[in-house]
Design a binder for this molecule. Structure first.
Ligand code: COI
Length: 354
């Protein structure tokens, strides 16, 4: 039981729910009636409030806007057939949020605000959880510095918020990807393992250039050789070679410790598929493809769950995959969705009841 925290609740006078079609949702466009907001000042969290979703009034000198002390999480909530609401593995995101906070020299957010605040917010906006397949309530906790000053130093004040977005699929179709050799997402000693806003800002030009060439995203490589594979777009990446799943390991701290990545590894092991978390080089992938041993490549993340890859290009070598190849990725996705929708037993206690 989480220690009680004084959360002041102000309800909206008019729900926006009747204006939204919960059956036909893009990703992250609509927001529910309420949000949570808390402030950090003088070394402690105060003013924890759930209130109607509304704009923030911020000064132009706000430190976060200049120096990027800003972190976030992505989590999903689902409804079972009886209408009970569940959050998928929120404690894993809670722990990762505070790891990001530590790396960005920001304060920890306590469990009674992050978890209990989230639970109460979702309880209030429960009607917004879509029931449709591939739909969910996307939860976005975030924190940013709020000192108003231009000196480069950690802020003494912060805001923590949670907003909720009823959401459909992130990638409606399989992805075309090329191996990125110019830009770098992360290097050892950097911030690649943290979910800080700048990692996403820094990735956009690479994605835009990929899109100009008819690709959706890039496969990130290491900073020095541009050979060692890291993430695909904003997701962790899995290669199925010789019926073994290989995914980049976490120890270099250049990739995000994905909650979906971890769930997929667990499911793969339960399916008796060997899993190797290790360094993986593009030459190994190409060689496996040339020898007919590369079966599937897919991305995993909270937003997309499992994203199939249909084209993977390295320099002028193009690897193509189709419906008949997406066997393991489709099966994992089905298993994960079954647990999330309450249709399969939740043997790992991943579903946290609201
Ligand atoms: C996720 O899949 O968890 C992400 O980080 C994507 C999000 C930034 C939209």
């Amino acid at each position: 039981m989480i220690a009680a925290m004084d959360i002041q609740v102000t309800k909206t006078e008019r729900s926006k729910l009747q204006d939204i079609d919960l059956e036909n949702l893009p990703f992250g466009k609509y927001f529910t009636d309420h949000m949570l907001e808390a402030e950090y000042e003088n070394g402690k969290w105060t003013n924890v409030e759930i209130k109607p979703y509304q704009p923030l009034l911020l000064e132009p000198s706000l430190a976060a806007l200049h120096y990027g002390q800003a972190i976030f999480e992505g989590i999903k909530a689902y409804k079972d057939e009886e209408g009970n609401a569940f959050i998928f593995r929120p404690y894993d995101n809670f722990r990762r949020f505070n790891i990001s906070a530590e790396r960005m020299d920001m304060p920890e957010v306590p469990e009674e605000i992050f978890i209990e605040g989230m639970r109460r917010l979702i309880e209030l906006d429960k009607k917004w959880i879509p029931a449709k397949k591939e739909h969910s309530l996307y939860i976005r906790p975030f924190m940013f510095s709020t000192d108003t000053m231009l000196g480069v130093r950690p802020s003494s004040k912060y805001k923590f918020l949670i907003i909720l977005s009823p959401t459909g699929p992130y990638f409606p179709k399989p992805m075309n990807i090329y191996v990125e050799e110019r830009y770098t997402r992360a290097a050892p000693g950097g911030v690649g393992f943290a979910k800080n806003a700048g990692n996403y800002g820094g990735s956009m030009l690479a994605a835009t250039e990929a899109q100009k060439q008819g690709y959706d995203q890039v496969l990130w490589t290491d900073a020095s050789e541009h050979k060692w594979l890291q993430e695909v777009g904003m997701m962790n990446v899995f290669f199925i070679i010789d019926h073994t799943a290989i995914t980049p390991s976490l120890e270099e701290e250049t990739i995000l410790n994905g909650v979906t990545r971890n769930s997929v590894i667990t499911i793969l092991k339960e399916m008796d598929i060997p899993v190797e978390e290790r360094r993986i080089n593009i030459d190994e992938v190409i060689k496996a493809h040339k020898e007919g041993r590369l079966q599937e490549v897919f991305g995993t993340g909270t937003a997309a769950t499992v994203a199939m890859i249909q084209k993977l290009k390295y320099r002028d070598y193009v690897m193509e995959f189709g419906e008949k190849d997406w066997t393991l990725s489709a099966e994992i996705k089905k298993k994960l969705n079954g647990i999330r929708q309450g249709k399969s037993p939740d043997t790992h206690h991943w579903m946290f009841p609201v």
